[in-house]
Design a protein around this ligand. Structure first.
Ligand code: S3P
Length: 169
C-alpha cells in the first residue's frame, strides 16, 4: 500500500469521517487538511475566506499539502476544492494513492443542507438553489477528481471496505 492515501471528492462526500476511521484500520495517521489550515491560521475556514479571500486559502492549502507529501504513513482528507487548484491533483498523484469518493449531486445536497454555514462556498444558498449549485460545480470539478488512482462509490461506503480495496493495490 502507498505510504500516503489522499481522499478526494466534493464537500459532503465523507472524506473526513471515512479517513478518521480508515487510518487506524491500516495503522496510518489521519490528517485533515482543513483542520490543519484552521489550526495553523488560528481561524475558521469561513473567517479565512472572509479576511483573506479564496486565493490565499488555496495557497495555504497547497503549502500544507506539500508539507504532508514529506511525511509517511498518512491518510489525508483533502478539502473539496484542493484537487482543482494549483496543480494539487498532480502533486497528490505523484506522492501517493488518490481515492475519489464519488456521490451524485442529490445525495451531496441532502448531506450539505445542514452544514451550509460552515462552508463559505455554500453560504447564503437556499435549499432550492443548492442542488443547481452543486450540480454545476461538480461538473466543473469532476474532470480533476476523475484523475484519481481509485474511484469508489461513496454511497454506504465503509472504512473497512475501503481498507480492503486499498490492500489490493
Ligand atoms: C471547499 C471545501 C471545504 C473547504 C473549503 C472549500 C471547496 O472542505 O476546504 O470550504 O472548495 O470545495 P470540505 O470538502 O471538507 O467541505
Amino acid at each position: 500500500m502507498d505510504t500516503r492515501i489522499f481522499l478526494i471528492g466534493f464537500m459532503g462526500s465523507g472524506k473526513s469521517t471515512l479517513g478518521s476511521k480508515l487510518a487506524p484500520t491500516i495503522g496510518y495517521r489521519f490528517m485533515d487538511m482543513d483542520q490543519l489550515i484552521e489550526e495553523t491560521a488560528d481561524m475558521s475556514i469561513p473567517e479565512i475566506f472572509e479576511e483573506h479571500g479564496e486565493e490565499v486559502f488555496r495557497k495555504w492549502e497547497r503549502d500544507i499539502l506539500q508539507e504532508l507529501c514529506h511525511q509517511e504513513k498518512l491518510v489525508i482528507s483533502t478539502g473539496g476544492g484542493a484537487p482543482c487548484h494549483s496543480r494539487m491533483m498532480e502533486l497528490m498523484n505523484t506522492h501517493g494513492t488518490t481515492v475519489y469518493i464519488q456521490l451524485p449531486p442529490e445525495v451531496l445536497r441532502d448531506r450539505l443542507i445542514r452544514s451550509r454555514t460552515e462552508r463559505p462556498l455554500l453560504q447564503g444558498k437556499s435549499e432550492s438553489e443548492l442542488l443547481d449549485f452543486i450540480t454545476s460545480l461538480l461538473e466543473k470539478r469532476e474532470h480533476f477528481y476523475l484523475q484519481a488512482s481509485r474511484i469508489v462509490d461513496g454511497v454506504n461506503l465503509r472504512a473497512d471496505t475501503l481498507a480492503g480495496l486499498l490492500a489490493d493495490t
